[in-house]
Design a protein around this ligand. Sequence first.
Ligand SMILES: *[C@@H]1O[C@H](CO)[C@@H](O)[C@H](O)[C@H]1NC(C)=O
Ligand SMILES: *[C@@H]1O[C@H](CO)[C@@H](O)[C@H](O)[C@H]1NC(C)=O
Ligand SMILES: *[C@@H]1O[C@H](CO)[C@@H](O)[C@H](O)[C@H]1NC(C)=O
Length: 465
Amino acid sequence: MAPQSRLKLASALLAIASFTHLTLAAPTGTASAPAPSSLLGYNAANKVINEDTDDISYTLVPGQTDTAVIGAYLDFNNVENPQPIRGSKGGTDPGPRTEEYDILNPDKLAPPGTDHGDVSNAQWPMGLSHMKLGLSRAGWSRQQNVDNIPVATEMAGVDMRLEEGAYRELHWHKAGEWSYVLNGSVRVEAVNEDGQTFVDDLSAGDVWFFPPGVPHSLQGLQGGVEFLLVFDDGSFSEDNTFLASELFATNPKEILSKNFGLPLSAWDHIPPGELFIFPGTKAPTDISAQNIVGSAGLVPTAQSYTFHLSQKANDHETDGGTVKIIDPTIFPVASMFSAAIVTIKPGALREIHWHTTSDEWNFFVAGSARIGIYAAQGNARTFDYHAGDTGYIPKAMTHYVENVGKDDVIFIEVLQATHFSDVSVGQWLGLTPPQIVMDTLNLTNSTVSQFKKEKQYIVPGAVVA
Ligand SMILES: *[C@@H]1O[C@H](CO)[C@@H](O)[C@H](O)[C@H]1NC(C)=O
Ligand SMILES: *[C@@H]1O[C@H](CO)[C@@H](O)[C@H](O)[C@H]1NC(C)=O
Ligand SMILES: *[C@@H]1O[C@H](CO)[C@@H](O)[C@H](O)[C@H]1NC(C)=O
């Protein structure tokens, strides 16, 4: 700043200071002198309206008056006027409010006393995502990506429906696409860069993977299909894929004719733009009618783009639930997709754990659960999930998944890893010399001696009194 303008600024500040001093100087005279009419807001005609907002009627639910650090799940279904109260903390909320949010997210309304500081959002309901509607009632899709969960940089998800005969049109994209069939059945088809071909039929519980850039299409079979797509890029968008329809609409017809050695009239009726999801001729029931093979033959079985996971046995079965794992050790083409399909019985807990090198993207297929995340620097926060919700937990952060409803929770955890793994907090401390654990956590010998040396995966419901 030039010396001259600095001088101007200084005298301007001085003028403000002396003006302030003049106007705000305490009145000399008597204490009861009326406020000066120049005081902003003062008007003898103003009125204050009192309402009995501390008189509102409400019911506290079981657990709500417990010491806040006990942090039990608060079930606000069927109670009058849920309140942001936990133990000795909080206060009433007279409104405005929309109670449905509070019932769905009790750990937001009245967080456990162990929540602390800030943890980035880790939950997004697909039910709040914009629906992209297909043509002629052929289906729809909706997505979760960094736009709804900003920390979800490594993976994004799509929920898609195709009616019987409807196509997700021939397309490709820059991300790898891993999919889990949620309901119904689907025919998947692809051609890779070597000219090898692939076609298969899948039903609920099965998985497919298409590597980046490999063109593919999907078609709903009898009764249609709904599936989940997971992409290895958090900024993936279904609005940003390469489409066969657009490819043809955006190349000069002269070029198309030269490329295919066909007359210009061959392109008279091509679609003017994207089809995305559209109704088609029903797929032939006999899949072999769609086996097309070139000189390169089929995609080798060892590199299959599909895995019939619905027919695989669970990897872990406990009193609290089951875990079924699919990762590159059995599905090598999806070289960085490791996933677990987890069932948790009512009250049971997917034990506290973390993943060493990968973020976790997850999706709730059924039930209601809560996830508590510890994020280092003293930060921890609890999030609530229901069927159709997605979640995201950055690598190394601990988390548990507690079934808080009356039905089984089914959820899918997806990692970017060469095999499915986690560090179980129980096993870690069970395998640490007891003296170290006792000194660190101020626990008794008898407590530490009951820590288990094996992973529990899912711990059954009842909390020991
Ligand atoms: C698929 O959808 C039908 C119709 O809504 C439902 O009855 C069935 O239970 C669903 N199946 C699965 C596996 O969710
Ligand atoms: C814990 O108790 C067991 C006996 O129950 C004993 O052998 C062991 O030395 C104790 N450990 C410590 C660290 O006090
Ligand atoms: C450890 O626990 C004992 C009670 O068993 C308590 O008296 C003591 O203050 C605790 N120590 C620390 C460091 O918190």
